[in-house]
Design a protein around this ligand. Structure first.
Ligand code: CAA
Length: 379
């Protein structure tokens, strides 16, 4: 895929305008105050960007995954915290709900998140991150209700979201085939949202633990079939990894742009430092790496749009983009010198924000395992 369609170009332009004019000016302040970026999120809801791929018949924008990747890159270059909020609502909440929900569940839990409310995805636990099959949250049927008990951790949009896709064990004997998926509401009895984590980066985004203490919900909160939860989680994460790859592209490109601007204006030894080849090569390497990451991300997106299996491609896109973004942010900070270390310039924020891309929605190590299994097979 080398040429975007006119519609995709238009989405990119629209996203760039809102990212630069509305979201970027707010980003530093939200980050410093660790305040959830509601104004930016509301703006994206108005544009339909929080549910970009949801079918138009439900009020979504009905766009393709490539358009989503383009918009995610622009938004994340302006504010990576807003980017992850958008990614989780689109990829980890709206996608599984639209795919596995009944019409009644769509009415109750998807449609409100199109332009007003937020959703979250609760898989990880204190002792089950890379290995979600080791989760201990349990869901037991009691009459016509489910009773959930357990703890979730690192939940993006925790507290900000009204609805949560939650995974729990319904049949302990069946191991990963005994995991099921539920939709919980913020105000369900026995469902508690813990305090917001203070983080190295994406500090404005809301990350919280969740506790379910005899949390009783009606039986129709089961999403998909009983025991189908692990597949729902991993299939959902394939798409989520495209979102995070795009977030990393945004951060990496913003870091490169900042390096170029600084190198052209900063004077040393009688002229702008951009004339030194040592710096030019640093910028060249990052430009090449981010472009390669972009192509991997677009390829995975297009494969998803064409209904192909894209597990390996999404893993490669996220792994490569997130690591390239970390290198680009490091390169840019180095070019900024002392100025880059100061909070007066956005590069220190890009540097902090870039790292999470290599951790959440599958660490780089887990993604290498996924790629190797797909490439070599199991033996
Ligand atoms: N899609 C659908 N099903 C899949 C799948 C996929 N991509 N990959 C595997 N499966 C299925 C397999 O076919 C298998 O099915 P059967 O039982 O029918 O045979 C089943 O899932 C188990 O597969 P594996 O044996 O491969 O499972 P595993 O236990 O070895 O784990 C793993 C595989 C790759 C390590 C996986 O657990 C994984 O991806 N871990 C990382 C989890 C992760 O990304 N967590 C992020 C948390 S969410 C987050 O960060 C969000 C946020 O807030 C921003």
């Amino acid at each position: 895929m080398f040429k975007l369609s006119e519609d995709q170009e238009m989405i990119r332009e629209t996203a760039r305008d809102v990212a630069q004019e509305v979201i970027a000016p707010l980003a530093s302040d939200y980050d410093k105050k660790e305040e959830f970026p509601w104004k930016s999120v509301k703006q994206l809801q108005e544009l339909g960007f929080m549910s970009m791929m949801v079918d138009e018949k439900y009020g979504g924008a009905g766009l393709d995954t490539v358009s989503y990747a383009l918009a995610m890159e622009e938004v994340s270059g302006a504010c990576a915290s807003t980017g992850v909020t958008m990614s989780v609502n689109n990829s980890l909440y709206a996608y599984p709900v639209e795919k596995w929900a009944t019409e009644d569940q769509i009415e109750q839990f998807l449609i409100p998140t199109i332009s007003e409310k937020l959703g979250a995805f609760a898989l990880s636990e204190p002792d089950a991150g890379s290995d979600p099959a080791a989760m201990t949250t349990k869901a037991v049927k009691d009459g016509d209700e489910w009773v959930l008990n357990g703890n979730k951790m690192w939940i993006t949009n925790g507290g900000a979201a009204d609805y949560y896709v939650v995974f729990g064990i319904t049949d302990p004997e069946a191991k990963h085939r005994g995991i099921s998926t539920f939709i919980l509401k913020k105000d369900d009895p026995g469902f508690e949202i813990g305090p917001k984590e203070s983080k190295l980066g994406i500090r404005a985004s809301s990350t919280t633990p969740l506790t379910m203490d005899d949390c009783r919900v009606p039986e129709d909160r089961l999403l998909g079939q009983l025991g189908e939860g692990f597949k729902i989680a991993l299939n959902t994460l394939d798409g989520g990894r495209i979102g995070i790859a795009s977030q990393s592209l945004g951060i990496g490109q913003a870091a490169i742009d900042a390096a170029i601007e600084y190198a052209k204006t900063r004077q040393a030894f009688g002229g702008p430092i951009a004339r030194f080849q040592g710096l030019q090569w640093m910028i060249a390497d990052s430009t090449m790496e981010i472009e390669a990451a972009r192509l991997l991300t677009w390829k995975a997106s297009e494969m998803k749009d064409n209904g192909m299996k894209y597990t390996k491609e999404a893993a490669m896109a996220k792994l490569y983009s997130s690591e390239a973004a970390v290198r680009a942010a490091d390169m840019s900070l180095q070019i900024h010198g002392g100025m880059g270390y100061s909070t007066d310039f956005p590069i220190e924020r890009y540097y902090r924000d870039a790292k999470i891309g290599a951790i959440y929605e599958g660490t780089s190590e887990i993604l290498r395992l996924v790629i190797a299994r797909e490439a070599i097979g199991r033996f």
